[in-house]
Structures are given as C-alpha cells and as structure tokens.
Write a new protein. Structure first.
Length: 390
C-alpha cells in the first residue's frame, strides 16, 4: 500500500466519511450537466427567477455597500419577520428562538450535531431526503428507517412499532421530498401522541410548507405539548425560488438553540448578508409565492393525469415532486432512470436514492417550464411503451 509520510493513503480520510455513499441525486445531476439536449426532472430547484422586488432589494444593498458579516444569529429584522410569519402556521416563537442559517441544509446539520451522540438512534421515515441518514451516521448515531410505502405517510402505529429505548429524534419532512405527501392536523396529532410517549425530539423539515396545495400547512410545533419537543427547519430556497441565496432558519427550544448557535459560530459564522436582506423582502412578497404555487398545482395536475395512464401514482399534496411506481415496466429504479436518460434524454432520480423502500419508484421534479414538462412526460410514456414489459 502506498504511503505518504508513513501513513497509509486509506487512513488519510476518516473511515465514516470514506463509507458514505455519494448522493444519488447528484450522480444523475452530474450526468446531464452541460447537456442542452436533456430535459432534467432530476434536481429540485424552482425554474422561476427570484422575484424582482427581492432582487431589487439585494442589488440596492450591494450598491449601498452592505457586504459585511451579520451577527451569528442573523439580522434582527429578519428574525423578527420570521417570528411574525410563522404564526400563519400556528407557531408563536420569539426572535430569540430563531437562528438564520446558510440554507436549511446547515440547519439540519446543526440540529443533528447538537442532538446526536455515539449510540443515539434517529428514526427516519423512508423514502426520505438524502442528507438525513449520512449526517446522523457522521455523528456516530444509528439510523432506524421506517418504511412507509405505498402510502408514504408515517402513522402512530408505525412509529410505536419502531420504538427503541435509545431512540432520541424523529426526522419528519412534510410536504415531503421525494413523495409530495403531507399531513393534516389530525394526522400530526396522532404522530405527536407517539412522540410524547416515546420521549422524542422532532426535527421538522418544513421547507415546502408554502407549497401545500390543499388548505394551509400546519406545523407540528404548533400542537399542544410539542413546543419544547420540536426543532423547526425552514428557509427561502423552494417557495421563494432563492436557492442560490442560501438563507434558511431554525426555530428551536432554548437549550437546543444554544447548542446549535455554538456550532454555527465556529463552522459558518453567519448566513450571507445579501441573501438575508432579500429574505426580509421575501416575507413581504407572499403574493409571488401564491403565483408560483398556482403554477406548480397546474403542473402537478397535468403530471398526475398523464402518468396515471401508465403508472400507479399517489397524488402529491405539496412540494413539486411526483413519485410514480415504475416497477410494472419490468425494470429496477436505476435501470429505468438510466434507460430513460440514454434513450429519451430525460433525467429523473431512481427511487432507491431515497432509501430501500423507494426501489421500484422514480422521483421527478415538475419544477420546469410547462412546455418542457409536457415533452418530458410524452417521452416517458414513449419509453414505457417501447421498452417496458408491462
């Protein structure tokens, strides 16, 4: 074995990092980078530009020379705005409970690192977003996944079945990536009953809260007895189309908040000031969110109508993803995704990128212009007709 400075090369990288699997989403994203001939339904990024009034505020802030650090906590006006904004989801939080992060991704990382120690167990309903499990494992924790197919909803009974004396946290994402499912207040109350019985802390990833299609999103943190058990994770990337601005936030109980803030001080310092200034304006621009949500609903309805002709498909209740069951085509998830890309120049993500129970499904993001979406769906149906076994 080759050595550098007497140390075997294989020991230069931490074992936990070496053992991490690359993101299944990024693998398919990398395959289509720079290819104009491919319609990509792979990456969950809004196709809308940042609304003009938000961009205008950010441009003006740069012209005025606002390019410094902010406090570790984030801009006071933004934290106050978020506290007021989150009352629409039933949560009454103080600005002192709100930490501005560099995207929701940092928020998830901070929460996991604050809560998980060697041997702790995190319960994660599956299929799930790709970052949850690796972050827990890096901290020395163990992930116990809860398969939810075919309905993709966690229930009281499911949660109690996976009760574990070492279980410390439950990761809950809704509306969900990759399935688009969400929860009513009654369904959340049943989950909350199990959480209380099992003495769990909930990491509630609500980044798609504004992209709820029926009724208004209800935060599990708003339920009686849950305010001290929930870390809310949200941000401006999805509903406000501000992915590159990297502005997220957490709302957390005081002890957990203090731990997250300490890590944030050392690893990130603060979220970008330009993005924070844009986020202040975004909270005043909910009419823009309404417009984008209406367009996503139009696309959702089209996708469900067309794909239901060839696949089983649960109608998404939020977000901008469809998660059709493609096993009837006689291919694995990866075979289907690779074949679709090679034969029809359409990129989707194989369902097994989101956990074992995602096998037999694909995730497709309908965050693309309607004409491109129509063309992509036509190509998917052609692919099934020409190469499927169904």
């Amino acid at each position: 074995m080759k050595k550098i400075g007497g140390l075997p090369l294989s020991r230069r990288v931490a074992k936990k990092v070496e053992e991490l699997k690359p993101s299944g989403i990024r693998r398919f994203f990398d395959l289509v980078v720079g290819r104009d001939d491919v319609i990509s339904l792979g990456v969950g990024e809004p196709d809308f530009p940042v609304p003009w009034r938000i961009r205008e505020e950010m441009i003006y802030s740069l012209e005025k020379g606002f390019t410094s650090y902010t406090s570790n906590l984030g801009l006071p006006e933004l934290r106050e705005g978020i506290a007021e904004y989150y009352t629409r989801f039933g949560v009454r939080a103080l600005p002192e409970q709100i930490l501005i992060t560099s995207g929701v991704s940092e928020g998830v990382d901070l929460a996991v690192r604050t809560l998980i120690e060697q041997g702790d167990v995190a319960l994660v309903p599956e299929p799930c977003y790709v970052s949850y499990k690796p972050l827990v494992e890096i901290c020395g924790g163990e992930v116990v996944t809860i398969p939810t197919a075919p309905d993709f909803k966690l229930t009281y009974e499911m949660l109690m079945e996976y009760a574990d004396a070492k279980a410390k946290i439950l990761v809950l994402n809704y509306p969900a990536n990759p399935t688009g499912v969400s929860y009513s207040k009654k369904e959340l109350e049943e989950i909350a009953d199990a959480v209380n019985e099992m003495d769990l802390i909930v990491l509630s990833d609500e980044i798609y809260a504004e992209l709820t299609y029926t009724g208004r999103h209800v935060s599990i943190a708003s339920l009686d007895g849950m305010e001290d058990r929930v870390v809310v994770l949200n941000g401006f990337s999805k509903a406000f189309a501000m992915t590159g601005m990297r502005v997220g936030y957490v709302i957390a109980p005081p002890d957990i908040f203090a731990g997250m803030l300490k890590i944030h001080q050392y690893c990130m310092l603060c979220a970008p000031i330009t993005g924070q200034i844009g986020a202040i304006e975004a909270l005043k621009s909910l009419d823009e969110v309404d417009r984008m949500r209406a367009e996503y609903m139009r696309r959702r309805n089209f996708v469900v109508k067309k794909l239901s002709e060839v696949f089983e498909l649960k109608k998404p209740e939020g977000a901008f993803y469809a998660f059709p069951k493609i096993s009837s085509a006689g291919m694995s998830s990866e075979e289907f995704a690779e074949g679709l890309l090679m034969k029809k120049n359409v990129a989707v993500v194989p369902g097994n990128a989101f956990g074992e129970c995602g096998e037999g499904y694909i995730r497709m993001a309908y965050a693309v212009k309607f004409e491109k979406l129509k063309e992509a769906i036509e190509r998917i149906i052609e692919f099934v007709d020409e190469y499927g076994e169904g």
